[in-house]
Design a protein around this ligand. Structure first.
Ligand code: FNR
Length: 338
């Protein structure tokens, strides 16, 4: 059942066509006609989880399970390896329930090796033994735990019990000696929820806002008898979630994700306070429609265009991007809470 669902998520993601709004277009950054930096001086590398990565982008959680899903993970891991960027695997519960699914996750670490970053993934509601087993399965550098209330509610067979999740995350934090990244799956982490998470000791948050992959639509397509199209716009636009979560504290490590597609999305994310960016849907789209080379060209073009934008902003490394002045305009300005 769970394995079928994982295949259907990919198939239905590819069928989905609702265009959400990240609101990154409401962030204005300005051309610098006197940049005092050469293109070949641009350095996009940074440190993450104690390792060097070459570009501030993570391949975010997507999948794992049977043979076809192993092929997808293999390709994603090859991409992560080539570009020296981190990769998070999809939810590992399927492999905890079914021994034969383990290899589709283990293969990611095998390909990526010890020097690069692999992050595990499990529900924030999972039993602690499963959480620890998931981490061990891939020798994870960190664990992602996902909050996916909206997805579960719109999934016919989904869990409808949401009490006690915060307490469960506290238990993970108590026993785990590596970083835990709490993430949404495309509906966004609000300022209030980020404060609650920080209050229990969470140091890494992936806002996974609205504007990209839409699990209300994906579940709606899976279920022939439902029509939830009037609710597809639900969720916190990624730019709002990011700016407000950053407003809480400079100490939180914040991943900007949810609808990241372009180099401008990446640069704006870093300018307004994201420490790292992450993409699931758009990379998957290139991979499934164009194959490995198309996905590779896509990531390559993101890196090339990001470097060009950094010259146009007069900033030679990732740290300097945080000093770019920006203006928030339009609907985003209206939405942002001070
Ligand atoms: C996902 N996502 C996801 N997240 C997670 O924490 N565990 C998972 O198993 C999955 N599975 C999954 C399958 C598919 C097909 C997609 C497209 C996405 C959510 C993902 O990690 C991310 O948070 C959202 O997709 C929003 O980012 P994008 O896709 O808009 O870049």
């Amino acid at each position: 059942m769970r394995l079928d669902r994982k295949k259907e998520h990919i198939e239905n993601y590819l069928k989905s066509d609702y265009k959400g709004e990240t609101l990154f277009e409401d962030i204005y950054i300005e051309n610098n006609a006197l940049p005092e930096v050469n293109l070949d001086e641009i350095d996009t590398s940074m440190k993450f989880l104690g390792k060097n990565i070459s570009f501030p982008l993570m391949i975010n959680a997507i999948t794992g399970g049977g043979e076809e899903l192993a092929d997808i993970n293999e390709d994603l891991a090859r991409l992560a390896k080539i570009f020296n960027i981190p990769m998070a695997v999809g939810s590992q519960t399927v492999a905890i329930e079914r021994e034969e699914c383990k290899s589709s996750f283990e293969i990611v670490r095998d390909i990526i090796g010890k020097d690069n970053i692999v992050i595990g993934n499990i529900s924030a509601n999972a039993p602690i033994e499963n959480f620890l087993e998931a981490s061990k399965m891939i020798d994870a550098d960190a664990m992602q735990v996902h909050l996916n209330v909206a997805q579960e509610l719109f999934m016919e067979e989904g869990d409808k019990h949401f009490r006690g999740i915060k307490k469960n995350i506290s238990k993970f934090l108590e026993v785990y000696d590596k970083p835990i990244i709490v993430k949404e799956v495309g509906f966004g982490i609000s300022k209030k929820v980020a404060c609650e998470l920080k209050g229990i000791g969470v140091k890494y948050i992936d806002v996974a806002g609205a504007g990209g992959t839409n699990f209300i639509e994906i579940e709606d397509i899976r279920n022939f008898s439902s029509d939830y199209s009037d609710l597809y716009e639900w969720g916190i636009p990624t730019a709002k979630a990011l700016i407000e979560c950053r407003g809480i504290s400079d100490d939180l490590f914040i991943v900007s994700s949810g609808g990241i597609k372009t180099a401008q999305d990446i640069v704006k994310s870093l300018v307004v306070g994201g420490n790292l960016t992450a993409i699931s849907g758009e990379i998957l789209l290139y991979l499934m429609h164009g194959g490995f080379d198309a996905a590779k060209d896509y990531v390559e073009s993101l890196i090339r265009k990001t470097k060009i934008l950094m010259v146009l902003l007069g900033k030679k490394n990732i740290k300097e991007l945080t000093t770019v002045e920006y203006k928030i305009t339009g609907y985003l300005k209206e939405l942002i809470n001070p």
